[in-house]
Write a protein that binds this ligand. Structure first.
Ligand code: AMP
Ligand code: MG
Length: 349
């Protein structure tokens, strides 16, 4: 299949032809990769069971891992969700459009293929203008998991989608680099007590301020409530470990490890905060951004994992980016990418 790669800028006039074409593709059961504010999504018609099947097949995603349904306005929610609790409207008021996904009880309009066999549906209203033009042009209900092949780091630029999907889908819409770079926060509202299933830009404190009470699904649970959380994610080809502890101990331990890889003739890289980048020797240094600018770290982290992949680096050590606002979400993605291989440099000193 020939994949059309087209640009959009988020202006309805300028993007009209692209959106008309994209809408035709979706309505006839095809797939389009689209930018959103979180990461690029692989979009299909959420109400067409065959489109869901195509998404799973194209990504190599297990079909028990449900897809998030994206809508273009809050009013659309009634067709796909039922028994919507008041807290959903309060969250929508506070954080929609935006990087927050709510899990609700589904209606019969949503096929089980889209929800991985579950009776619930995950819903998000993105803020990205291109995404919203696209959803509106495509019938209003778009299933869009992250556009990466299953297991690989999410796509934060159109070039990442081309790496993974060229020749496999009808169209890729290039809307430039995404703003956030981490997938949406997911909160389950189907039980009395709301539960965070995946950390993201809307952090625990922000949810707490609206909901009062909220708990978190444990990160290494064998039976996570978001089925996708049980799969290995975001993994680069090399062996990735996270090194945490006091700054000096982390730097010393990574330098020690890098020296021993060098001795053995193995390639090695470190993912570092800008503040520490000049402290490393014998190693490729990937500067993730300043600790004073955690948004930049979030935006760059998947891109760095992809770069290390294409460079074929064998061993990767990352500092632990435990920043105040986005630290929980960044750490979650990095720990998963590392298969939870975390070295505590301070403890073993
Ligand atoms: P991705 O599309 O790659 O961002 O992943 C979507 C995440 O949402 C996965 O971890 C899914 O398991 C989770 N998810 C989607 N729908 C539901 C649902 N109905 N209940 C719980 N988790 C869901
Ligand atoms: Mg994903």
């Amino acid at each position: 299949m020939k994949t059309r790669i087209v640009k959009a800028i988020g202006d309805p006039e300028a993007d009209r032809e692209v959106m008309e074409e994209a809408g035709r593709i979706i309505r006839s059961g095809g797939l389009v990769a689209i930018p959103t504010e979180t990461v690029y999504g692989l979009a299909g018609d959420a109400l067409n069971p065959r489109s869901a099947g195509k998404i799973y097949e194209t990504k190599g995603r297990p079909s028990d891992n449900p897809l998030i349904v994206h809508i273009a306005d809050t009013g659309s929610i009634g067709r796909i969700a039922r028994d919507i609790p008041d807290m959903a409207y309060r969250l929508a008021e506070a954080y929609w459009p935006g990087p927050l996904t709510m899990v609700l009880n589904k209606t019969d309009a949503v096929p089980k293929e889209t929800t991985g066999g579950l009776d619930t549906v995950a819903v998000r209203l993105p803020v990205n203008k291109i995404a919203r033009e696209f959803i509106a042009a495509s019938g209003g209900y778009i299933a869009a998991p992250s556009a990466n092949l299953s297991g690989k780091p999410s796509c934060t630029r159109a070039s990442h989608c081309i790496e993974d999907l060229d020749g496999k889908i009808e169209m890729i819409i290039d809307g430039g680099e995404v703003g956030i770079g981490l997938e949406s926060t997911i909160v389950d509202l189907t039980e009395e007590r709301p539960c965070i299933l995946r950390q993201g830009y809307i952090n625990e404190e922000m949810l707490h301020s609206v909901l009062g009470d909220v708990r978190t699904d444990p990160p290494e649970s064998a039976h996570p409530k978001a089925p996708g959380m049980k799969y290995r994610h975001y993994a680069p080809g090399g062996v990735l470990s996270i090194v945490k502890g006091k700054r000096e101990s982390v730097i010393a331990r990574i330098n020690e490890l890098a020296a021993s890889h060098k001795e053995r003739g193995e390639s090695c890289a470190v993912i570092s905060a800008s503040e520490n980048a000049s402290e490393y020797g014998n190693v490729i240094v990937k500067d993730a951004g300043s600790l004073r600018n955690e948004d930049e770290i979030a935006r760059r982290i998947f891109s760095i994992l992809r770069e290390l992949d294409s460079d074929g680096v064998q061993y990767i050590y990352s500092e632990n980016f435990d920043t105040p606002r986005l630290g929980a979400a960044i750490t979650d993605r990095m720990n998963r990418a590392a298969g939870f291989c975390v070295i505590n440099a301070t403890e073993e000193d």
